[in-house]
Design a protein around this ligand. Sequence first.
Ligand code: PLP
Length: 388
Amino acid sequence: MPSKLPDVGTTIFTVISRRARELGALNLGQGFPDYDIDPRLADLTGEAMRQGHNQYAPMEGVPELRERIARKLGASYGGEFDPQSQITITLGATEAIYSAVQAVIGPGDEAIAFDPAYDSYEPAVRLAGGRCIRLPLMPPDFRYDWDRARGAVTARTRLVLFNTPHNPACTAATAADLDALAALIRGHDIVVLSDEVYEHVLFDGRKHASVLSHAELRQRSFAVFSFGKTLHATGLRVGYCVAAPPLTSELRKVHQFNTFSIANPLQHAIAAYLTERPQTGRELPAFFQAKRDRLRRALEGSGFALPPAHGTFFQLLDFGELLPPGDVAFAERALSEAGVATIPLSPFYAEPPPLSVVRLCIAKRDDTLDEAAQRLAALGARLSRSGA
Ligand SMILES: Cc1ncc(COP(=O)(O)O)c(C=O)c1O
């Protein structure tokens, strides 16, 4: 059978996690917490099941959960959000991304994505029959080149894939970036898919630049979020997509034949949890900033540089002072010589530039971070001594 995605293998996250397990390495690769969730969420999930929420949920999502989300969005981004016509519960952000892409892209259409791009974007575009135009954000700053983006817009462009806070660059878009994005699509038949799964994870007092806080973009965007990130439970697989009613209506046409509806007890449990703890998410900047700073401090003087991390579950590690560029080779050495799994950035580029950074996940217990930093520092010391 001919493959529809002949060049697509197993994702880098799965490959690295598998290797980390085989080698018994510390896994700072894949972005998932290694600490427990709030036990109250587990209790509420059991309660939801005992209360009988075990049959199909409504296709668009449980009303109580969508109402909770609408209130939260209004508080965060201003204005009113209608849970009936603007909010859809999805199977994690991944399904929201996939369904939104299928809703917008048809054969021959083009979508613009910025590399390093989250790995599900391009396959979703290609499975819809479209073409993904990948524009590089270059290290060390990974800044948007909006002139270049303008040059990439054609009569076939239908979608721009945007991500802030950005995984894996660990940067956060600014209000000026949102204005530039709005200007990019103005006058064209183009919508935005804004991946905002790390909406709460911003550091040093930064404010999240959501498309939902931008009047013009709000009308023309699918904004995608994930409870997996906000509740430290990536296995929940519950996310949501927020979009203006005409876009939501198209999204749901795909969603209903893709997943139909999302785990009913989990939706009830999350709604109850958010009702009990309406401030959920507000604690995340301090929580993750402490982890980022702990890791940065532990790696001071190790020979590695730590580029600024504005947000996300991640911190980049720069080995440029110790070794020539080659992030895949370095990730392999970190795994086999230091017993620490990291994620190279090359797989997130269509045409990777020479790269001297790998991604470390900070959503880990303090003792995991300390041990990983110790092992990496020892590797740094060995590399400094050997000069290679
Ligand atoms: C930028 C980005 N988008 C989307 C996702 C997928 O989110 P989910 O696990 O809710 O499907 C992730 C997960 O790591 C991510 O980092």
